[in-house]
Design a protein around this ligand. Structure first.
Ligand code: HAM
Length: 462
């Protein structure tokens, strides 16, 4: 039976004041513009996003794929499109030591398509459902929610032309945001295909030609090469000019119209909140038929960086890359933008699992004994925290308090001689002496009765 004892923590010296963490030293390296550190305070949100994405992906039959960060630059030039902002202005490109032109991937649909063809996934039972979560790079003008390195979670379904798949992907995307307490609407449009789009392009060219003087220099050039790109130009004048543009949905061929109507019907069945938005053309050239963007319900404008995610069908992309017709559709969401919305909506992430106990020690021999106990506890699945490099017991116990552990196990000089250990209840401050040989079963018994960390208001000062 452990002996009750008053709070008699062994005495130690106080630690010196640390320098202010925000003090900047001249010449100190700094974060590159447009980059973002993902700090410990961000991690619970990341964990929540990762968990929801993985759960949804696995339950919908998606397997994970990760492609390299570096790809041949022409993979994106050929697919995302030479005339797009992403390729023309934002892609990080360099020539490597072998003289090859390399890009830091700005997106993942083209790399996934490349991998699908390269590894013979075309011979798997179709469709092949793949998902990913990773960093991407665009040398964009940085601002809130727009970074030069950002993370995306994404889903690609390759080898299925049925409109129900488009609807299921929109549904999957909306479900993820809903699970993370961000209510969204899918803004949806159809871009037609190689049969009907050329005709629409002519109509669009005619429309913009009569308004050419109001367009920015880039868009004057786009007018020759790909007038659709004018619709997602970020210049305010071009934005105004494209307000009254003829709508593509009025110019779809019969097959594309039928596909689109069926997607909308399925969305209706699935009760997905959506709105038809003829201005959604997406900033990438590979899309055919259905395209959509996920917008926060609280944010009106889809223009700029307010979209949380986007996707669409790309039935011609694999043909372009590998000369094999493979219809496909996908979606990707931005992690940082989602995290911003979760914070704004006061999303409460699940608490991080704290360590169960803390090991405190005084003196070198006690440190060694404590180190051995640390190994035993961790092998048994008990989460033990420690500050083995510290000598001051007061400092160690302050760390224990900060971590919110329920118990600290302390070995001082006396305990070392008696082959005992102190179990300190961090909530009450009461310490008990226990035979060292019995400490493991004793602590297991106690931990079985506690429910998690000690809340800050209940931690007693050390
Ligand atoms: P995207 O619309 O270019 O599509 O990007 C998807 C999402 O990534 C955006 O909605 C946004 O949340 C996030 N994002 C993009 N750029 C940035 C940035 N500079 N900073 C922060 N977040 C950003 C694609 O990338 C397509 N590959 C999606 C897709 C998959 N289509 C078919 N399958």
């Amino acid at each position: 039976m452990p002996i009750q004892q008053k709070n008699t923590t062994p005495q130690t010296q106080t630690a010196p004041e640390p320098p202010s963490p925000l003090e900047k030293v001249k010449g100190q390296p700094q974060l590159l513009r447009g980059m973002k550190d993902i700090l410990p305070a961000d991690q619970p949100y990341w964990d929540a996003i990762r968990t929801v994405v993985e759960d949804n992906a696995h339950s919908a039959g998606f397997s994970r794929i990760e492609t390299p960060i570096l790809e041949a630059a022409n993979l994106f030039t050929r697919t995302v499109g030479q005339e797009t902002d992403i390729v023309e202005k934002e892609m990080y490109v360099f020539v490597d030591k072998s003289g090859d032109k390399i890009a830091l991937r700005p997106e993942n649909t083209a790399p996934v398509a490349r991998a699908f063809l390269e590894h013979g996934l075309i011979s798997w039972p179709q469709p092949v459902r793949l998902y990913y979560l990773g960093p991407f790079f665009r040398h964009d003008r940085p601002q809130a929610g727009r970074y030069r390195q950002f993370w995306q979670f994404g889903f690609e379904v390759l080898g299925d032309a049925h409109p129900v798949v488009d609807a299921q992907l929109v549904y999957l995307a909306v479900s993820i945001y809903k699970a993370l307490t961000v209510p969204v609407t899918a803004h949806i449009n159809s871009l037609g295909d190689s049969v009907c789009r050329p005709n629409y392009m002519k109509i669009l060219t005619e429309y913009f030609r009569t308004r050419r003087n109001s367009l920015c220099e880039d868009c004057k050039r786009r007018l020759q090469k790909n007038p659709l790109r004018i619709l997602d130009c970020k210049e305010p004048d071009c934005h105004t000019v494209s307000q009254d543009v003829p709508q593509i949905v009025d110019h779809l061929c019969e097959q594309c119209r039928d596909h689109f109507v069926r997607v909308l019907e399925y969305l209706g069945e699935l009760e997905v909140p959506y709105t038809l938005n003829p201005r959604i053309v997406r900033g990438l050239d590979y899309y055919t038929r259905t395209v959509w963007q996920i917008m926060d319900e609280g944010v009106e404008d889809h223009y700029g960086q307010t979209d949380l995610g986007g996707g669409g069908r790309y039935d011609d992309l694999l043909q372009q890359l590998g000369n094999r017709p493979v219809p496909a559709v996908g979606f990707a969401g931005g992690v940082e933008r989602l995290m911003m919305r979760m914070r704004e909506r006061q999303y409460v992430p699940a608490p991080i699992r704290h360590p169960d106990i803390f090991l405190g020690q005084l003196g070198e021999a006690a440190r060694k004994k404590s180190l051995k106990l640390y190994d035993t506890l961790r092998t048994l699945g008990i989460r033990a925290a420690e500050s083995f490099s510290k000598d001051s017991l007061k400092g160690q116990l302050e760390t224990a308090n900060r971590l919110g552990v329920k118990y600290a196990l302390i070995i001082g000089q006396k305990e070392l001689m008696d082959d005992t250990i102190l179990i300190r209840d961090m909530e009450s401050g009461i310490q008990e002496v226990v035979d060292f040989k019995k400490v493991v079963p004793e602590i297991q018994k106690r931990l079985a009765k506690t429910n998690g960390a000690v809340p800050p208001e209940k931690r007693v000062a050390v």
